[in-house]
Design a protein around this ligand. Structure first.
Ligand code: PYC
Length: 318
């Protein structure tokens, strides 16, 4: 239920390789639930006003990812986290996990070292340095489909895979007429959005992220460059930690990446996540993704229910 009295919500903002995270650090009642999935459902059902007030305009913007800290459900975790964006709740979010880690470090709630966070996708463990470099040990990631072929108007025939990296990704190489460079963000968005609609109509309703690969700008510093379109039709400014995890699962499956070998994934802005894998006992891989997050603001959101955009401007997809 939307509040009827003014609210003050303390937040800490950060960015990870350019992708922003806003962490709600207090001022909110705990969502009910015995698991993080139940808590996320309670948040989606009862606190959607908080999601849109926090990340949508006029207080936020389309690329902003939010994170609500709550009580963890698993032992030995320092916090539970529910991630959300401009259109709803997310499964996992590794750039956001790095953002939460630097936020807690900034607040003095954790020190440098290893900590466990409880999320709807499972427990992830972070190893944070005092300078904000965070290595996240992700949950098990795996590929479910290979060589799916689709005809994309304007761009031609596309072949790609579906993999779980903490979110569901369709992974494909960029068409020949579409370089993965910032100048092409509009066309990459059009291409990816069409792909997502085609996949969803073909029954792959789980796919909510599209990841498009091209050669790196500098092959001495990265193996590949990606463009990732998130569920709210907004591109990830970072190389996307769950997307990099999905990529590593495919590379391992293809025999291109071995255990412990470093993969450097550049994003559209040329920031880099480093990834390695170990083989998971039940198949797939256990990725570790490393990036750097930086705290950019401490603030208090003022939400006055009597003003027209108290709960954000709804984001419309076309
Ligand atoms: O880094 O996993 C990630 C992510 C998901 C959505 C935006 N960033």
């Amino acid at each position: 239920m939307k509040p009827t009295s003014p609210q003050r919500i303390p937040v800490i903002d950060s960015h990870t390789g350019g992708e922003p995270t806003r962490v709600i650090v207090g001022g909110v009642a705990e969502p009910a639930g015995d698991t993080m999935t139940e808590k996320r459902a309670a948040f989606a059902g009862e606190l959607d006003w908080l999601r849109s007030a926090t990340v949508c305009e006029p207080r936020g913007h389309e690329a902003l990812v939010g994170a609500l800290l709550c009580e963890p459900c698993e032992a030995d975790c320092v916090t539970g986290i529910i991630f959300f964006n401009n259109v709803g709740v997310l499964n996992g979010c590794l750039h956001g996990t790095m953002g939460v880690a630097v936020t807690l470090l900034h607040q003095g709630k954790i020190g440098a070292g290893i900590h466990r966070f409880d999320t709807p996708t499972g427990v992830v463990s972070v190893d944070i340095s005092s300078t904000g470099t965070v290595a996240v040990e992700n949950i098990r990631c795996f590929r479910t489909h290979q060589n799916i072929e689709l005809d994309v108007p304007e761009f031609g025939r596309v072949t790609g895979d579906i993999a779980w990296g903490g979110n569901w990704f369709f992974l494909t190489n960029a068409p020949r007429n579409l370089a993965v460079i910032p100048e092409n963000v509009e066309a990459l968005t059009r291409f990816s959005w069409t792909l997502r609609q085609l996949l969803n109509s073909a029954g792959h309703t789980e796919v909510d992220h599209i990841e498009v690969f091209g050669p790196p700008a500098d092959s001495a510093t990265a193996n590949s460059r990606n463009f990732v379109l998130c569920p709210g039709k907004v591109y990830d400014r970072s190389p996307c930690g769950t997307g990099t995890s999905a990529k590593l699962a495919c590379l391992f499956d293809d025999g291109i990446l071995s255990e412990g070998q470093i993969w450097r994934q550049a994003g559209i802005l040329n920031t880099i996540f480093e990834g390695t894998v170990s083989a998971a006992p039940d198949g797939g891989v256990l990725p570790t993704i490393t990036g750097t997050a930086i705290v950019t603001a401490e603030a208090e959101l003022l939400i006055d229910p009597s003003e027209p955009f108290a709960f954000g401007i709804p984001y419309r997809l076309t």
